[in-house]
Structure formats: structure tokens, C-alpha cells
Design a protein. Structure first.
Length: 298
């Protein structure tokens, strides 16, 4: 299967790597061309533009930062993938972007007889590397069935939610849910520490109960150690929360927790922490509680 992957960032590069390892013929393209080089060494072809990358592809998979970037790589009038795609081909967009824009992009491709599946992902950089992402899809049943074998290479759980745009709506819901979970965990661990309990033992204890979660298992150590290596960038989560807040306003849904977390992330980004993992929400709670920088010692 010939697949072009557009976007060699934290998520796109490991996705392309896993497709190469699975035996797909992969062409890669990235705005910063040097990021294509490690994939070339693994056997990928490189292309000058998204249009050139799409020229021989059965499927184009995009994974870029925001709605404007998706529009650029897919629909730019000169270099966008739409200029190279063949009749009957398929676009899979794994970016996290506006549901409404997603529907508009899909209509543009449909007019060219090109299928479209929105397939945003969750699972962080670890999931992208391991090929264990959770993938939330929107599209017709026919397009989804064509996309599913590709998505099963890069993800462990692939679910069609409904028509085009529904994958992005599911991702909005996901980002609202994790905002509250990250924030609550930061509060809980800081409270336990300041109240005199060993926070590592607290993690061990509550992880076996109702409070157990992927976030507790995989991000509590970052909060305890005050060290936030990249898993999912704070600035990208803030971008996603912006989409969530716009969607909530559109449908008159109150989202107070997401709104508070967005404000805190704005402050963290202003302080230069936007490229850290979003578990750095703990910075806000720790500083407010007067916890010194560095690991929380029992």
C-alpha cells in the first residue's frame, strides 16, 4: 500500500516509522525538510511538497499542529495534497482541529471524488512510538473501512464515532476530560504532600481504587519530581481546549473546569513552559502551595 505521511512532528514521525515497519510504501513530507531524513534512512521516499507526496499515493495521512496547517498541507492552491491526489484516493487526517473546518475540508475532497476520514488520536508520544494510540474517527462507513487497516498499524483502539467531524468532536470531549484529570491529580498529590503523607505511597494506594487512571499511572511521577519531559505539549493541549471552548459556546454547554485549566495553561505558556508535557499543570498547584522546586520528598 502506498501511503504519504504529511507532518513529521512528535506524532507524525513515529506514525510513519510504524507504517514503514509494517511494510507500507511510505513517502514523507514536512515543512522543515530535515525532519524527513531519519525516515529516509528507514526506507521512506521524500517529496518536495504535499502535492508531490500525494501524486502516487493511495492514501494521504496528515498529522500537523492546527486547523490552518491542515488547510495548508491539504488544500493550498499550489502545493496542497489535493493537487496531486488521484480520483478515488483517501485522506486520513490525524490532526486535532475544528470539527466544522473538518466538515468543510471533507466536502472539498468529496467534490474531487476523494474520501476523507478525520482520525484524531490520543495516547501521547509514547503511544505514537509504540503504535498503541486510541483513534477516534469520523467518516462514511466505506471510507472508514478503507482507513481502518492503516489506522490499526498506528493504533491499538480504532473507533468510528459517526459521520465526518465526529472524530474531532470525540477528541474535544477527550481533551476536556483529561484537562480535569490532570488538574485534579496535581491538586491531590500536592495536598497529600503538604498534609504530611508520602505522595508516592498515596499514588500506590489510590491507583488501585476509583481514582486509578492512565494519567495517574503515567504522569504522577512527573508531578512528584517536578520534571515534565515531553509527552504532550502544553501549548498543543491549550490549542485543543480552545477548540473545545468554541464548541461548548456553540452548543451552550458550560465547561467550567476546562475554562479554568485553559487560563492556567495560558499562564504556563506565558512563562515559557508551553513545550513541556501538560503534567506541568502541577507547577501552578505546587507554587500556590509553597512547595519548593524539585522532587517532593516524604
Amino acid at each position: 500500500m502506498k501511503i504519504s505521511v504529511l507532518g513529521m512532528g512528535t506524532m507524525g514521525a513515529p506514525m510513519a516509522t510504524n507504517l514503514i515497519k509494517a511494510g507500507c510504501e511510505v513517502t514523507v513530507q514536512n515543512r522543515t525538510r530535515s525532519r524527513e531524513e531519519p525516515l529516509e534512512k528507514l526506507g521512506a521516499q521524500r517529496a518536495e511538497t504535499p502535492a508531490a507526496a500525494a501524486a502516487d499515493a493511495e492514501i494521504v495521512l496528515s498529522c500537523v499542529s492546527d486547523t490552518a496547517d491542515v488547510e495548508r498541507v491539504l488544500l493550498d492552491q499550489d502545493t496542497g495534497a489535493i493537487n496531486g491526489l488521484k480520483d478515488g484516493s483517501l485522506v486520513i487526517d490525524c490532526s486535532s482541529i475544528s470539527p466544522e473546518s473538518t466538515r468543510q475540508f471533507a466536502e472539498t475532497f468529496r467534490a474531487k471524488n476523494v474520501g476523507y476520514v478525520d482520525a484524531p488520536v490520543s495516547g501521547g508520544s509514547e503511544g505514537a512510538i509504540k503504535g498503541t494510540l486510541t483513534i477516534m474517527c469520523g467518516g462514511t462507513e466505506e471510507d472508514f473501512l478503507r482507513a481502518e487497516p492503516v489506522l490499526e498499524i498506528i493504533g491499538a483502539k480504532v473507533t468510528r464515532i459517526g459521520p465526518v467531524g465526529c472524530g474531532q468532536i470525540a477528541k474535544v470531549a477527550n481533551q476536556v476530560a483529561i484537562a480535569g484529570t490532570f488538574m485534579a491529580l496535581a491538586e491531590a498529590l500536592t495536598l497529600a504532600y503538604r498534609a504530611g503523607a508520602n505522595p508516592e505511597r498515596v499514588v500506590e494506594a489510590i491507583g488501585g481504587g476509583v481514582a486509578g487512571s492512565w494519567i495517574l499511572n503515567n504522569r504522577s511521577d512527573k508531578m512528584l519530581n517536578d520534571d515534565y519531559p515531553l509527552g504532550f505539549r502544553t501549548r498543543l493541549h491549550r490549542k485543543d481546549l480552545g477548540i473545545a471552548l468554541d464548541t461548548a459556546r456553540q452548543f451552550n454547554v458550560p465547561v467550567p473546569i476546562a475554562s479554568i485549566v485553559a487560563t492556567i495553561e495560558d499562564a504556563l505558556i506565558a512563562q515559557g513552559y508551553g513545550d513541556e508535557d501538560m503534567s506541568n499543570l502541577a507547577r501552578f498547584v505546587r507554587e500556590g502551595a509553597g512547595v519548593p522546586k524539585g522532587p517532593m520528598k516524604a
